[in-house]
Design a protein. Structure first.
Length: 344
């Protein structure tokens, strides 16, 4: 993949967001990476619901059939182009177009018309979709290729994180994930020291282990105020699962950071959290859900310290690194496998 060179730029401020502009047009930092991206959580898509979400510049329509099957399709009915996400409904196992009430089965085939005539040989454009740890993931590949790998589950089928939130930012998934190995920014931004003990790259997976200690006299966040051990698993550039062990309070926390490119300049950054062990005991489900919901804003507040920096930065192809910055170039070589298109 040909990465973009650093370039002079200016910032355009609109409705609270900032876009990078070169000359007279906004310029993406990097192309869309191939991979799995979270577009919703399980509790947002109960049986019978239809949702419209944005992914790589296009609408995706999600729906769950009455039996619980999840489907993701391109939004337009092949009959006369109605948008299924605006007035479409689930009827049993089928999704029904709001315009002429054409019905489409879970396989995408048209099985019924609204006027009782034989259905045409028409199909919806189906997208690969699956549920992992309560998140609904849709596959994107710039050349339209089928998935070559899957995001593994860390919890049983039917699991739902206790709480989740979404932020919309001017950013790119590679920049978000690069934060996992950027040990140099932790003291000035998060008021903590970070010691990376292991990085491992294997196919679409990257693992990072590190320990944190708060800076003396600085206790300005939840996780950064405690000594903790982090184990991170990245699967592509859209999935980051974190296990946190906090010995001082005998607790184990899990959280997910899921950046999804919605257009060339913006990501929806989903953050979810869960806890199943605190104070040395296994928590009953009600307590686990309650504490997990409380964790989301606390973790989100820590992470949000990076947001203004991410939104205003540019991509530097050949950074002038120094000792203690972390394994940037190893990470970028690994990330390069997820690009199959050149810079727009």
């Amino acid at each position: 993949m040909k990465m973009p060179s650093a370039f002079s730029s200016r910032l355009v401020r609109g409705t609270g967001e900032v876009s990078l502009v070169t000359g007279n047009r906004a310029t993406p930092r990097l192309p869309y990476p191939d991979g799995w991206y979270a577009v919703a959580f399980r509790d947002e898509l109960p049986a019978g619901r239809v949702l419209t979400r944005r992914l790589t510049g296009e609408d995706v329509v999600l729906y769950r059939t009455r039996s619980g099957l999840v489907r993701a399709v391109r939004p337009f009915c092949p009959h006369l182009g109605a948008h299924l996400g605006h007035g479409g409904r689930v009827d049993g196992e089928n999704i029904v177009c709001p315009f002429h009430h054409f019905a489409f089965s879970p396989s995408g085939d048209c099985v019924r018309t609204g006027c009782g005539t034989p259905p045409p040989r028409a199909r919806l454009m189906m997208l690969e979709v699956r549920e992992v740890d309560g998140a609904i993931l849709v596959w994107h590949h710039s050349r339209g290729l089928s998935p070559g790998w899957k995001v593994p589950s860390s919890f049983p089928l039917g699991f739902q994180p206790a709480g989740h939130v979404v932020h919309t930012l001017v950013d790119h998934p590679q920049d978000v994930m690069e934060n996992t190995i950027d040990s140099g920014h932790c003291p000035p931004v998060h008021q903590m020291n970070i010691d990376i003990s292991r990085t491992h790259f294997s196919g679409p997976t990257m693992e990072v282990d590190f320990s944190t200690t708060p800076l003396q006299g600085h206790r300005t966040g939840f996780l950064v105020s405690l000594q903790a051990h982090f184990r991170l698993q990245l699967h592509g550039l859209g999935w980051l699962f974190v296990r946190v062990d906090i010995p001082s309070i005998q607790s184990h926390i899990h959280f997910w950071i899921l950046p999804t490119p919605i257009d060339p300049l913006h990501v929806e950054l989903r953050l979810a959290a869960s806890i199943d062990h605190a104070g040395g005991i296994d928590l009953p489900p009600p307590a686990s859900r309650l504490i997990g919901k409380l964790l989301v804003p606390l973790i989100s507040r820590d992470l949000a310290k990076d947001f203004p920096i991410w939104q205003h930065k540019t991509y530097v192809e050949q950074p002038k690194l120094t000792k203690g910055d972390g394994p940037f170039m190893q990470y970028r070589r690994w990330a390069g496998q997820f690009y199959s298109e050149s810079i727009p």
